[in-house]
Ligand binder design. Structure first.
Ligand code: PMP
Length: 432
């Protein structure tokens, strides 16, 4: 038995089954885009700890900042004693993610918590209870976030769920456009949005719409440009807060600090986590100052929110991302991936779509005789084949028929080339 197998067996014996896992890989150390397992085998990481290490595993300046802060103080609670790393990080976030004239920020520890807080803030800002969300959405596993999450297999027997949550179909052009042009499709979807005021929930009761501009777990589905613009106008008309969840799409993945910057559509509130902290648990809610200030004192916060260690890790991550121009790197890497996968798509009818923004790219697998039928069998074979051949890659989508690429953006040309070659080989093998 290898050491990796032994470790995995120990995991199975002691860890609750409900804590799922994509593959049997283990880790001894990790650097850049490479994970070395406990047997010394090197694996190319196209999963990035589920989109957390856009700046790479263990970037030196981040590790250094953590070490330095650990020697000063670990915890006082920001609810008790004010410390500079929290303030500095908020200032930096407001600078790169301005929400109109004046922006304010609060910190949390995980993406789900950021979402919970964003909803609380929107409710307090509007004095309304209802929330609109989308099919194929993923917002986390705490109770409100889980309620907002769409996929049923994430929440079997976990109810009762939070009340006053209403769900609209996500405008997934690839899956649902049929014979309609993008223009016709968006027009229909916006009509559906406006009709929700008649048949789903009274808009006077709606506090917020929450949307991932590019769905992550749902399969890397970008919202059509005109739909997001129409949604902004809808929210403005009815005094509804527009919350954009950028937990997976943020921090350089799409070539921007947030994907809403790619769309040029401003949210009232937005949420961040994952790659913000390069692996340390830090999340942020960023929003228009008057909206953020609507939350009553004591209604948002917690013992560990914005831990000083995590704050300095996030600040060092942002500085490092700026220094090495990670947004530009994402665009370049994205082009390489897109070109390679699109030419593969031409050879295989089972690849229905290759899509994305920047380096947030997904490959959708379908049945060769019906491009609208998801093909999850092929997808799981590819994930398994890649793992056996030294590449960690994740699937996504309600039907688990989409491969998503979330490699660190500091990946070298050689590593990217090798990873893509493994992926291409496994795709070709699985399809035959
Ligand atoms: N929102 C989105 C868009 C996500 O992708 C995720 C995590 N996959 C979350 C929220 C929840 O984040 P966390 O796992 O840190 O709670």
């Amino acid at each position: 038995m290898t050491e990796s197998q032994d470790l995995f067996e120990r995991r199975k014996k002691i860890v609750a089954n409900g804590v799922g896992v994509f593959n049997t890989a283990t880790v001894k150390d990790a650097k850049g885009a490479i994970i070395t397992d406990v047997d010394g085998r090197e694996l190319i990481d196209f999963a990035g700890g589920i989109g957390v290490v856009n700046a790479g595993h263990c970037p030196e300046p981040v590790v250094e900042a953590i070490r330095e802060q650990a020697g000063k103080y670990l915890h006082t609670s920001f609810n008790v004693v004010t410390y500079e790393p929290y303030i500095t990080l908020c200032e930096e976030l407001a600078e790169i993610l301005p929400h109109g004239e004046k922006t304010k920020v609060m910190l949390a520890s995980t993406g789900a918590e950021a979402v919970e807080n964003a909803i609380k803030i929107a409710r307090q800002a509007t004095n309304r209870p209802a929330i609109l969300c989308y099919t194929d959405a993923y917002h986390g596993r705490t109770m409100m976030a889980m309620t907002l999450t769409s996929k049923i297999s994430y929440k079997y027997d976990c109810g009762p769920f939070a009340p006053e949550v209403y769900r609209l179909p996500f405008p997934n052009f690839y899956r649902y456009h049929g014979t309609r042009t993008m223009e016709e499709f968006v027009e229909d979807e916006l009509k559906r949005l406006h009709e929700s005021a008649l048949n789903l929930v009274d808009v006077k009761n709606v506090a917020a719409v929450i949307i991932e501009p590019i769905q992550g777990e749902g399969g890397f589905n970008p919202v059509p440009q005109k739909y997001l613009e129409g949604l902004r106008a809808f929210c403005d008309t009815h005094g509804i807060m527009l919350i954009m969840d950028e937990v997976q799409s943020g921090f350089c993945r799409t070539g921007h600090w947030a994907s809403w910057q790619h769309y040029g559509v401003l949210p009232d509130i937005s949420t961040y986590a994952k790659s913000l902290g390069s692996g340390l648990p830090i999340a942020a809610v960023v929003g228009k100052a008057d909206v953020m200030d609507a939350a009553a004192v004591g209604s948002i916060g917690g013992t560990y929110i914005g831990s000083p260690i995590c704050c300095v890790a996030a600040s060092a991550t942002i500085k490092y991302m700026k220094e090495i121009n990670l947004n530009e790197k994402a665009v370049k890497i994205g082009q390489v991936i897109m070109n390679r996968l699109q030419s593969l798509m031409k050879q295989h009818p089972e690849i229905g779509d290759v899509r994305g923004v920047g380096a947030m790219i997904g490959i959708e697998f379908v049945k060769s005789d019906d491009q609208r039928q998801p093909n999850s069998e092929i997808c799981s074979e590819i994930v398994k084949g890649c793992a056996e051949n030294g590449l960690i890659v994740l699937s996504a989508g309600t039907y688990k028929n989409i491969i998503r690429i979330l490699s660190p953006l500091v990946i070298t040309d050689k590593e990217l080339e090798k990873g893509l070659s493994i992926l291409e080989t496994e795709i070709s093998k699985a399809i035959q």
